[in-house]
Design a protein around this ligand. Structure first.
Ligand SMILES: *[C@@H]1O[C@H](CO)[C@@H](O)[C@H](O)[C@H]1NC(C)=O
Ligand SMILES: *[C@@H]1O[C@H](CO)[C@@H](O)[C@H](O)[C@H]1NC(C)=O
Ligand SMILES: *[C@@H]1O[C@H](CO)[C@@H](O)[C@H](O)[C@H]1NC(C)=O
Ligand SMILES: *[C@@H]1O[C@H](CO)[C@@H](O)[C@H](O)[C@H]1NC(C)=O
Ligand SMILES: *[C@@H]1O[C@H](CO)[C@@H](O)[C@H](O)[C@H]1NC(C)=O
Ligand SMILES: *[C@@H]1O[C@H](CO)[C@@H](O)[C@H](O)[C@H]1NC(C)=O
Length: 712
């Protein structure tokens, strides 16, 4: 009885207040913000939202939005000192003051404006990790990475003091803890406490102190997200070996019934979402699924829309509808009008996560029947939210239940990745941070403007650059590429693409040594082709990792704070003996071929020496005249026979497989013999490839805008 009465009472109160809202009370729409503009929902009626909008690089002070209250007044604004104010203004972002132990930085200032640069130095006996110089970016963040002076011999490196934070804890031995706080009004994203692990790494992720209204630049989001997510993809236990042994290039990573990657996409469609926001979000998810499809790993999807209530669009437990193609079919059918029916006003993150947990429970139950290893499944949850979690309570406990259900404590953090994309200025940064994953050298929380979401995923889709050999364009004048096309892919799936431009290495000159009696000289035989549209990836058209990039550091699992290009080189082509590599034999049905790069001094020398057996080099006496430091040598002798390339294979990649990623180290350039069609190969059947590590400056120069290269 008691319960019923309370419910009735609530209803009564609701009706009364509902009636009063019908009165003609409105808030004054004539509101301005210095340096910006405003938008008004519902023309200033009670309950409507006034939103301040500032230009790029500025934030609204003191609040981003106000609500029209029942007394016809906009909600109050308080400044940093707690005083009520009626003036709003657009303020430029500033960067927080950096901090460094056992070192110094200059210039020292109370605040740093966009464009300011600081330089760091370490005391004698300490070496600088991170960026020596950092510049304040338009979003109020320093570029580069935290500068840290390393000197100790502790188990873990000094974890540093990110700008705007204070650190407590100065012991970095096994099991030691450091704690962080953000200064002023900054919000801590990442881990506020880190523990030195046995592995010599710190637990969690580096904290970043962000201004409450600051956002990430789309290119930062794209590179951090793709670096972290490709780690998720590459670590999945994919049974590709069996397929590869038959030499087939069809490297389709088929999981079949052993679906091992489960991706849950949660889209917040609560009250404030406009039709345009909704379409943007759907477009971004479409791009994301398309991108994952390129990797051709078997993925199952769950798709959930949530406001105050939750609606499952795709149930991951239904095998027949949860693959990429089904998702790509469902996405265009989602209608804003339908979605807003259950979106209501609030954002119930707890409810959305509960739905995920329910799907996991169902899926696990289904898997047991098929005797599949649930433990092999790796899970990613991607949450796109534009609002504060305002109904359903704090979502953290529900996330903890998911972690418990997946037994993350025991199976390890690798089995769950939670990414949160906070869209617009209403997201609660602390809350989003509390549910996202925190992993070393990775980021799982991103804040951006709603309309930039598609930019992020679009930039992660196919690229416009093709790396090949310069001699393939010997007769093509540089620059003039009118109506030139390039064919990409294997014969029957070949696509024709229009060339925008061809850039040959400036030092490449085939006839540069004719006067020395060298008819053809292949040094710097490398070119970049830019195509007019973006490449669409498929089984036969796949992206490849370049060395000395941030993505490759992740693929190589280099855990040190500041990996360098030299670290990649040591890891990929150590100067000892030989290194297993692969190339694609185009002239033989695009088969994958295994070769050995001769990297040890003596192996390399005897491989190179065979260059002089090439018909065109019979008159050359010093092999270094034709084989410069830019070449890698592969190929065999009678004792150690090895596949060689044929005419037509040049320009293709020489690459190394690490885990499930492919990292290119060379470009097939030329060979000593062209006996591809014969089974008998002479002792000196050697191939030469341009070593990408030796042309890194040129690659950076042209690809630096679209690829994140390492600092040095
Ligand atoms: C809006 O407010 C400004 C000053 O606050 C005043 O000059 C202007 O006349 C007002 N406009 C309207 C349409 O009320
Ligand atoms: C850092 O800045 C200083 C001073 O502007 C400059 O001399 C130095 O070359 C810079 N160092 C790097 C690594 O960019
Ligand atoms: C930071 O930005 C400045 C200015 O754009 C640039 O010169 C510098 O190389 C950047 N530093 C890092 C570490 O990215
Ligand atoms: C939020 O979702 C949870 C779980 O589905 C549900 O129990 C709760 O009633 C929801 N809260 C609101 C206010 O809708
Ligand atoms: C290539 O080298 C030859 C001989 O040194 C020179 O005459 C020619 O101009 C060079 N070509 C280019 C494109 O640099
Ligand atoms: C090698 O030298 C001989 C004698 O000068 C010449 O006839 C021949 O054409 C040269 N061969 C090549 C490949 O340059």
């Amino acid at each position: 009885m008691g319960l019923v009465r309370i419910a009735a009472l609530n209803l009564f109160i609701f009706l009364v207040s509902g009636e009063s809202e019908n009165d003609d009370i409105t808030c004054n729409p004539n509101i301005t913000i210095k340096g910006g503009r405003i938008t008004l929902s519902n023309g200033g009626e009670v309950g409507s939202t006034l939103r301040y909008i500032c230009p790029f690089g500025f934030y609204t002070y003191p609040v981003p939005s106000r609500t029209c209250r029942r007394n016809g007044q906009w909600s109050l604004m308080r400044n940093d000192h707690g005083r009520i104010t009626s003036k709003a203004e657009c303020r430029a972002f500033k960067c927080p003051t950096p901090s460094i132990e056992q070192g110094a930085f200059f210039p020292i200032s109370v605040s740093y404006a966009v464009g300011d640069t600081v330089s760091f130095e370490c005391d004698d006996g300490y070496s600088l990790w991170g960026s020596k110089n950092r510049t304040c970016l338009i979003n109020g963040r320093w570029n580069g990475t935290t500068a840290v002076c390393q000197g100790g011999l502790d188990s873990c490196p000094n974890p540093g003091i990110p700008a705007g934070s204070s650190k407590s804890g100065t012991n970095y031995g096994f099991n030691d803890k450091v704690k962080y706080l953000c200064l002023h009004n900054l919000v801590l994203i990442g881990s506020n406490e880190r523990i030195c692990l046995e592995t010599g790494e710190w637990s969690g992720s580096e904290p970043v102190c962000q201004h409450i209204y600051s956002f990430d630049l789309p290119e930062e989001v794209a590179s951090h997200f793709s670096a972290s997510f490709s780690r998720f993809l590459s670590e999945s236990k994919i049974n590709s070996e069996a397929k590869e042994q038959d030499g087939s290039h069809g490297r389709k990573l088929i999981l079949g019934q052993n679906q091992k990657l489960h991706i849950y996409i949660l889209l917040d469609v609560s009250g404030s979402i406009t039709k345009e926001d909704f379409q943007n979000a759907v477009a971004a998810v479409t791009q994301f699924v398309t991108m994952i499809k390129q990797f051709e790993v078997g993925v199952s999807y769950g798709l959930v829309m949530f406001g105050s209530r939750t609606h499952v669009e795709i149930n991951i437990a239904h095998d027949d509808v949860s693959d990429s193609d089904s998702v790509l079919q469902v996405l265009p059918t989602l209608k804003y009008e339908d979605v807003t029916k259950y979106s209501n006003a609030g954002t119930n993150m707890t409810g959305a996560l509960k739905t995920v947990l329910e799907m996991m429970v169902l899926q696990k139950a289904a898997m047991k029947n098929k005797q599949l290893e649930w433990r092999d499944v790796r899970h990613a949850i991607l949450i796109f939210t534009d609002g504060r979690n305002n109904v359903g309570g704090n979502p953290k406990p529900m996330m903890d239940r998911i972690r418990q259900f997946l037994d993350i404590e025991n199976v390890g953090e690798d089995f769950l990745d939670v990414y949160v994309f906070g869209l617009g200025s209403d997201t609660s940064k602390e809350e989003v941070n509390s549910i996202a994953s925190q992993k070393n050298n990775e980021r799982h929380v991103f804040f951006m403007q709603k309309e930039e979401l598609t930019t992020v995923f679009n930039s992660m889709l196919g690229d416009q650059w093709i790396l090949t050999a310069a001699h393939c364009f010997e007769y093509l004048p540089e620059g003039n590429t009118d109506s030139r096309v390039i064919f990409v892919g294997a014969s029957n799936t070949k696509v024709q693409l229009e060339i925008d431009r061809v850039i040959k290495h400036p030092n490449y000159n085939l006839t540069g040594k004719v006067e020395m009696g060298i008819q053809e000289f292949y040094d710097y035989d490398i070119a970049l082709v830019k195509i007019k549209s973006k490449l669409k990836f498929s089984t036969f058209i796949r992206p490849i990792c370049l060395p000395c990039t941030v993505d490759t550091s992740v693929a190589l699992r280099i855990s040190q704070t500041k990996p360098t290009c030299a670290d990649h080189e040591r890891e990929l082509i150590p100067t000892l003996g030989t290194v297993e590599a692969k190339f694609i034999q185009k002239t033989r049905k695009h088969e994958l071929k295994n070769v050995k790069i001769k990297t040890g001094a003596s192996e390399r020398a005897s491989c190179e020496q065979d260059a002089l057996k090439a018909a065109i080099y019979v008159n050359v006496s010093n092999v270094k005249d034709v084989v410069t430091d830019r070449f890698l040598c592969t190929g065999g002798s009678k004792k150690n026979p090895e596949v060689i390339s044929c005419k037509g294979d040049s320009g293709g990649p020489l690459y190394i497989q690490k885990l499930y990623r492919y990292i290119q180290v060379g470009i097939v350039s030329w060979g000593v013999v062209n006996l591809c069609e014969q089974s008998y190969l002479p002792d000196h059947a050697r191939d030469f490839h341009i070593n990408l590590f030796k042309v890194m400056d040129w690659l950076k120069q042209h690809l630096g805008d679209s690829t994140r290269f390492l600092g040095q």
